[in-house]
Design a protein around this ligand. Structure first.
Ligand SMILES: Cc1cc2nc3c(=O)[nH]c(=O)nc-3n(C[C@H](O)[C@H](O)[C@H](O)COP(=O)(O)OP(=O)(O)OC[C@H]3O[C@@H](n4cnc5c(N)ncnc54)[C@H](O)[C@@H]3O)c2cc1C
Length: 475
């Protein structure tokens, strides 16, 4: 297509997907000597979307706490590269001790000694089941890492549909069966992997697809950005040439008679400019993908651990992180009584400047994930921490957190291009919903868009380093 004006592209949403799309698109245009106009519309007043922080007591002398997406891992190469490039420090993400609670008792408790943990694992679950999970996690991760390999991208990408992406990665079988089926109903999967899927995706092992289960188990080198992961997404925008409109909710788009796209805001007013392309970087209700309602409660407490009678079967030295499994309900056929996905002493409260903060004596930050709207009111918190005098500050938020990662044929999912010139980054989410996978989906969408813009340098040609190396695609 011959254009008579600088190409105009609207991006809706400035979370991981939208901000990285602006960044990758700016790079692609630069490398191809093109001048484009990018406008980002974000309904909130900050970048980051589901990656956001809050400050205890709303007091800015406290260090911020992650409310949403808190962890990425070493295999998340776009995130890791961005953190390095933007020169951010990493925050402490040590999870301390953990236990797995089934609503009646603790089925597993970690110990300080790795060796003893190993013995306990062997004792309860045997050798084969944990080892099988470990091997499958490694294999799935290796397949996922092909997405950063030049040769693989040249041969396969960019993808028009998530089903083709997972098929080319060799991960399609994993989105079609449940985690529990994949692991042959093993006790380890039913208890330990279940605990991981419940904290990571608010879903039980028998209802989440196997890829979601494996990703939930892949986080043993967790990282977070000091001051909040959202800072990466803010910086993506700053390093793009996009004009960002905060506080602007897009309500609708319509194609005009000239073939360009008109954006309408939440209040019905239209945006003056018309756009050649629109990229949606937020879940669209149109596709009716159900999302998990996750109730997140943050608490500042002066209790250094949970009250003794807070949970039946709580050990005398409770773990700092309590994960939960629905294995008991599954085995007895009874309705689950669990009102908790996880509760975690995240860190000691901290005060001071970003790079120079110190622990606040006798004050800890605890994070609770639950799918139960009625749970974790003030009374419940008083019981959990041994009295109202021990609860200093609370903050509650309900997220449409991530899609239910249901086992299904990926061809039923929405495509990356939903109409001519309208792209959809969150088409990726029912396959995998993480900050990293949204940057991967954004890069893919920019690959599709680059092809339309006739970019010679881009998805396939920008990758000039040794084919056998892991490389960064700077398109
Ligand atoms: C509690 C919680 C914990 C999580 N933990 C992790 C984790 O540890 N690690 C991890 O990698 N992932 C985690 N996730 C998942 C991760 O947050 C998401 O997969 C990812 O952030 C999605 O990014 P996104 O940009 O696609 O969408 P979003 O982050 O939802 O961004 C969409 C943006 O679009 C804006 N928007 C929406 N509608 C409109 C509109 N009409 N007009 C304009 N703007 C609009 C929104 O305000 C938002 O800023 C977690 C999620 C939650 C909720």
């Amino acid at each position: 297509m011959a254009y008579t004006h600088a190409i105009r592209i609207a991006i809706v949403g400035a979370g991981a997907g939208g901000s990285s799309a602006a960044y990758y698109l700016t790079k692609a245009a630069r490398q191809n000597g093109d001048i484009i106009d990018i406008d980002v519309f974000e309904k909130r007043y900050q970048a980051g979307g589901r990656s956001r922080t809050v400050t205890p007591y709303n007091d800015s002398s406290y260090s911020p706490i992650e409310l949403g997406a808190s962890i990425f891992v070493g295999a998340n190469k776009n995130m890791v590269k961005a953190v390095r490039e933007f020169d951010y420090n990493l925050a402490d993400t040590d999870i301390g001790s953990f236990g797995i609670y089934d609503g009646d008792s603790f089925v597993f408790e970690s110990s300080e000694w790795t060796y003893w943990n190993y013995v306990k694992l062997l004792w309860r679950y045997g050798y084969t089941a944990p080892r099988t999970v470990q091997i499958h996690v490694k294999q799935a991760m290796e397949k996922f890492l092909q997405l950063y390999d030049a040769k693989f991208l040249r041969n396969h990408g960019p993808w028009e549909h998530p089903k083709d992406l997972v098929a080319d990665l060799g991960l399609d079988g994993l989105v079609e069966e449940s985690g529990l089926t994949h692991f042959h109903n093993s006790r380890f999967a039913s208890e330990v992997v279940d605990a991981a899927t419940r904290v990571n995706y608010g879903q039980n092992i028998d209802s989440i697809h196997a890829l979601g289960a494996l990703v939930s188990m892949a986080g043993n080198d967790g990282m977070a950005v000091d001051g909040g992961n959202w800072r990466v997404f803010q910086r993506f925008l700053e390093h793009s040439n996009a004009t960002v409109y905060f506080g602007c909710e897009v309500g609708d788009i319509r194609r005009t008679s000239s073939g360009l796209w008109q954006l309408y805001l939440g209040d019905g007013a239209h945006v003056e400019r018309l756009y050649d392309y629109v990229i949606f970087a937020t879940p669209l209700p149109l596709f009716r993908i159900p999302y998990v309602d996750l109730y997140v409660t943050l608490v500042a407490t002066n209790a250094s651990t949970y009250a003794r009678d807070a949970l039946r079967g709580l050990p005398s030295h409770p773990p700092s992180m309590i994960l939960t499994t629905d294995a008991l309900a599954r085995h007895t056929g009874k309705t689950s009584q669990l009102e908790l996905n996880s509760v975690n002493y995240v860190q000691q409260a901290r005060k001071g400047s970003k790079d120079d903060d110190v622990d606040v004596d006798d004050e800890w930050i605890v994070k609770i994930f639950s799918e139960s709207p009625s749970a974790w009111g003030d009374q419940d918190l008083h019981v959990l921490f041994g009295g109202s005098q021990n609860v200093g500050w609370t903050h509650r938020h309900v997220f449409k957190a991530y899609p239910y990662l249901q086992p299904e044929n990926a061809s039923s999912l929405p495509p990356f291009e939903v109409d001519d010139g309208v792209f959809y980054i969150n088409a990726m989410e029912p396959v995998l919903s993480t900050m990293e996978s949204e940057t991967v989906a954004a890069r893919n969408v920019i690959g599709l868009l680059g092809a339309k813009l006739g970019y010679g340098k881009g998805w396939k040609d920008a990758c000039t380093t040794d084919d056998d190396d892991w490389i960064w695609i700077d398109c």
